[in-house]
Structures are given as structure tokens and as C-alpha cells.
Design a protein around this ligand. Sequence first.
Ligand code: NDP
Ligand code: HSE
Length: 447
Amino acid sequence: MHQVTLGMIGGGTVGGGVYKALHTGGVSLLASRAGVRVRLKRIAVKAFDEPRKVEIPEKLLTTSWREVVEDPEVQIVVELAGGTTVAREMALAALRLGKPVVTANKALLSAHGEELFAAAREHGANLYYEASVAGGIPIIKALREGFIGNRIESIYGIVNGTCNYILSRMEAEGADFEEVLAEAQRLGYAEADPTLDVDGWDSQHKIGILASLAHGFWVRPEHIHVEGIRGIAQQDIRFARQLGYSIKLLGVVKRLRPKRRPDGSPAGTIQVAVYPALVPRQHVLASVSDSFNAVFVRGNVVGETLFYGRGAGQDPTASAVLADIADAALDLKHGVPDRVPAFRPHEQNGSVRPLGECVSRYYVRLTVTDRPGVLARVAAILGEARIGISSVMQPEGHEGRTVPLILMIHDAPNSAMQEALDRIRKLKVVHGPAVMYRVEDFEGGKD
Ligand code: NDP
Ligand code: HSE
């Protein structure tokens, strides 16, 4: 039996889960299925006396991550420390020694992925990251291997469990965002600082990784438009429901037809964004509730596929790390570092089209004075911008008082829509901000 020695950095939620899974059957399953016996030799942590959910024998622990990386017996380095600064150093140090790295760190990949994958190629070591997107769901393996013969037309992902939990509870209970967030924090589902999750950054990290893998060029985080869920009002969830939709935070990647702008410059070839969107209630993603994740992928050969499961948590994430450990161990066993290319840039002309140039349908909620002619003035501004209304809803109001006016809008370019809304907001009969969410029909990229 081929033997492989692991070193791990991080013994917290995920690290503890990996330790537990390896010692409760993982080692023997990997041995029988992959023909490799793995041995976890050392685990680096920040402090010996930190209380841990999974108890790790003290003889395995060290507070020096370099000791793990530089140990000549350690052949695979598993980075589960988190963060982007020291974690970058850890990963680079291991790759420079030609050691494969397994990581769950989507923030690290989002910030430094290009550099890390280049280092991996340069030093003939692989970088595995299944756990970085959607926890236990094997979406990286699916895109990298299962769909290798497909052109990926679109990806729609519910990739943040915290946001999906909050939105599901808001819809089911009629509660407000702040109320549900506070409860999620009390139950430990949401972090004390929820910014990374509720403002969309965690989804941005994950969808950027999927977009890069699917389209063969590195998608930089600054090219990904991000909107979070903080501003979603209970009334929008209610109106969306009346119209036949649920609101979900989606990470979206759409392949677009190559085209040139009026000045002749090439427009981007894909659309990548994170935003709350109205999802038709009959679409399978509308029924993904609580903290579950799901990724809907359309390939030109395979058609529509759906991946569903737990996107975070100790055990689901450990499951993904174990799969990567098996792949890295097989690389070592066969002596072929790029048996499964982690990420191979192959698209020279790829770029992200700014969201302003992308087309979609919209839900708009205005607060207007209930008075004759208001709807006509709003419709006139939209009409001048060649933007069509597909339906209108207004709860019965009282003349002269304010009332919500809901408009469903046909396909329109985002920038034209924003400009029209800016004009509408300036009307005296329109009060407060205009609320706008995209409506997804899952038809892929539109021009
Ligand atoms: P935790 O905070 O629970 O654990 C981090 C671990 O790393 C701790 O054991 C900590 O030591 C150790 N550590 C931190 N800095 C250092 C350092 N400089 N040197 C040595 N050890 C260090 O984090 P998680 O396990 O939740 O997350 C780990 C990674 O997995 C992150 O990148 C996260 O984004 C990712 N991830 C997490 C998921 C989850 O459900 N938690 C899901 C998917 C991905 P000590 O124990 O002493 O504090
Ligand atoms: N905070 C993330 C979520 C889990 O809520 O989905 C880690 O990726």
C-alpha cells in the first residue's frame, strides 16, 4: 500500500472535522478506494490551549506552521487556517517546496488565486480547493472533470448558507431582515460580524472561483458586481411572492455572445455577478431553503444540472477536504502532479462584461402619491428609454396618500434601467428610493 504523509494547518471547525473524519473511517476508506494510506503527522494551531470542538492529541499539535510545511516527511499540506495574508505565505511556501496544497479558503483564492495557481504550475505541485465553494457539494470536481467536454453556458448558485437561511426565514415567517439576522447570530448560524456573508462578499469569492474554472481565465474580484441582502424589505418578499417569485441571493455566471461596442472595442465574454434576484417559484432553486446551497449549471452538451447540499459546517466541508486529499495522494502515488489540472488558464480573450452593459428583467418598487397621472408619468419615462413594462401591481390605496407601485420590467440593459430610475426618482410624486431587483428566467446570457 502506498503511504502518504499529511501536515495540516488549522484545527478549528474544518480542521477538527478533517481530523475526526480521517480517524473515524476516512483513512481506511481512502486506502481501500484509492489504494493510498494517509497519515496525518502534524497539525499547526495558533495556541495550544484554545478550546476546540474536536479534541486533537497534543502530541500532534505545534504552533509553528513552518514546522508543518518544512517537515521533510510531510508530502501534502492542508491549509485550514483561513485569512489571506499568512495563509498566502503558507500555501506559497508549500508549493515552492513542490508539495501539493489542499485548501478550503475561498477568500485566499479570490485575492491571490492567480499567483497561487501560477506558483503551483511553476513548482510542479497541485492546488486543490473543493471545499472553498459550496462546502460538501463536489461542484469543483464536476466543473473540472465531469463537464470537461462541455462549454459552460451558465451557472446560478445559492452559495451562501447564511443569506439563504435569512431569506428563507423572512419568506416563511414574514419577519424583517434585522430580526432574522439577530436570531441567526444567536443560534450561531451567522457570524458576529455578518458583513462577509450578508453583503455578498463570500458569494463573490465563490462565484469568482466557479467563473474562472468554467471559463479558463482568472476572474478578478473587482470585476464582479456585488449586491447583498441587507436592504431587502419584508414587503418586497411579499410582493415577489404574490407575483410568483422567491427572492434568493444568487451568484451568476453567464456566457455572452462576443460583440463589439460602438467604438469597436470588444465587450466582455461573460457576465459575473452576485445579487438578490426574483426566482420563479416553480424553478428548482426557489425551493432551496434554510442554510442549504445549490448550484445550477447548464453545459452545451449535458444541458441542465443541479447540485444541492450543505455549503458549510464541520462535516460537509471535511468531506470535500478528504476528496482533495485523495486526489493529491493519487498524484503522489502516480508521480504526475497535474493528473487533474487544478486550474489551467486557456482563454486568452476572456473578460467580464460590466453589468451595466448586461440585459435582464427587473422588479421595481416605487413609493408614489396615489394620484391620477402618476403611472402615466412613470411609464412615459420608461417608454422614452425604450423599456417595456410587463406588469403593474398597486395595492388599493387612498387618493393623495402614498402607496407602493410595483412594476415588472421586460429585458433591458442595466445602465438604461438605472438612468430611467434616476429620472423617475426625481418626480415630485415619487418618494424615497426606487427599489430594483433583477428577475432571473434562467435562459442564460442575453444581448
Ligand atoms: P476556525 O477559526 O474554526 O479555525 C482556524 C484554525 O486555524 C484554528 O485551529 C486556528 O488555531 C488555526 N490558525 C489560525 N491562524 C493560524 C496560524 N497563523 N498558524 C497556525 N494555526 C492558525 O476556521 P474554520 O475551520 O471555520 O475555517 C477554516 C477555513 O475553511 C477558512 O478559510 C474558511 O473560510 C474555510 N471554510 C469554512 C467553512 C465552515 O463551515 N467553517 C466552510 C467552508 C470553508 P487555534 O485553534 O489555536 O485558534
Ligand atoms: N459563511 C458561509 C455561508 C460558509 O454562510 O455559507 C462558509 O463558506
